[in-house]
Design a protein around this ligand. Structure first.
Ligand code: SAM
Length: 308
């Protein structure tokens, strides 16, 4: 087990398999890079191969990594995601975050390849509003969600990025998730420092209070100390990283960029550690280094020592 200087064990990898995406979400932080995503058909010679991804995960699994989330860009713009899942699933639990637009005809194959769970970003249930926010169509996404549930990929989390205007859609989303077996709702606090739109920032305490008022019970997850609320039949989880030292102090995740760099924190793009061309020993050293150098982005404020 690799543990950093703040006592945080590394148990999760979040791997971006591509920078390419077929949607254009107005808020997109492109996995913390703050750069625009690439177009789906653009050349992708720098993307890691399935074999490269497998090797990173194999070495990481030997030192305690248990879960891997595939992300992007949009992972399903790659035709070989099923192969990636097939290679990883004997080693770790594999999940994926997708925009869902290409899920309908691939959900079953992904499940057969060993995918454990899938998150689908659904910011609105209204086609026009959805298209405005995401630069894509809602109908195929909802068909993808249904196909994933039919394939047994449950519980399936619908991701909703929370910014000021999105708060209006909250009740509708909770109600939708509550009446659809197998769905949960995951609210992701808008990360304004990455999307350059500070006007959209929200008061997350008010959201917690609103959910708590509606909830019959709530529990805290170990990961990031995220809170989950039971509202009617729906489970609603709040991912609230902004200015949250408790979130950072309970982060057990390292990211891997599409071109094979290890990244210790979503908010940092310095100190990336290259893995390409390394043998297993070199890979392990790279993992040790990124863990040794990782620090919580938001840190607890320690009391000023009293003079004695
Ligand atoms: N294309 C996939 C998708 O749409 O889910 C995966 C990549 S996307 C970058 C991964 C997650 O990051 C999505 O759930 C998305 O909603 C979230 N995200 C993107 N930009 C964000 C921002 N500025 N603040 C908070 N979450 C954001």
């Amino acid at each position: 087990m690799l543990v950093d200087a703040y006592g945080r064990p590394l148990t999760d990898l979040r791997i971006s398999v591509t920078e390419r995406c077929n949607f254009r979400c107005f808020y997109c932080h492109n996995e913390g890079q703050g750069t625009p995503v690439a177009s789906p058909g653009a050349p992708h010679g720098d993307e890691m191969t399935p074999r490269e991804i497998e090797r990173i995960v194999r070495v990481a699994s030997e030192v305690g990594v248990r879960q891997v989330k595939l992300t992007g860009g949009e992972p399903l713009v790659r035709g070989d995601v099923e192969e990636i899942v097939r290679r990883l699933s004997p080693l770790v639990e594999v999940s994926m975050t997708t925009n869902g637009s290409m899920l309908e005809h691939r959900a079953r194959k992904l499940k057969e390849a060993g995918l454990a769970r899938v998150n689908v970003s659904v910011d609105s249930l209204r086609p026009e509003e959805f298209a405005e926010i995401r630069g894509g169509q809602l109908a195929p996404v909802l068909r993808g969600v249904k196909a994933a549930l039919d394939a047994g990929l449950a519980p399936l989390k619908l991701n909703l990025v929370l910014y000021k205007e999105a708060l209006r859609r909250l009740d509708e989303m909770i109600e939708y998730v509550g009446r659809t077996a197998g769905l949960e709702l995951q609210l992701i606090q808008f990360m304004p420092e990455m999307a350059w739109q500070k006007a959209h920032a929200i008061d997350i305490r008010e959201v917690h209070e609103r959910l708590a008022r509606l909830a019959s019970e709530s529990v805290q997850r170990e990961m990031h100390h995220r809170r989950r609320y039971r509202i009617g039949e729906a489970w609603v989880e709040l991912v609230d990283p902004v200015n949250n030292s408790d979130f950072c102090m309970n982060c057990h995740r390292v990211r891997v960029t599409h071109d094979g760099h290890l990244k210790g924190c979503i908010n940092r793009n310095d100190g990336l550690v290259a893995t390409r061309g390394l043998d297993d020993e070199g890979l392990l050293a790279a993992l040790r280094r990124v863990v040794a150098e990782r620090a919580p982005f938001y840190r607890p404020v320690l009391p000023t020592p009293r003079a004695v």
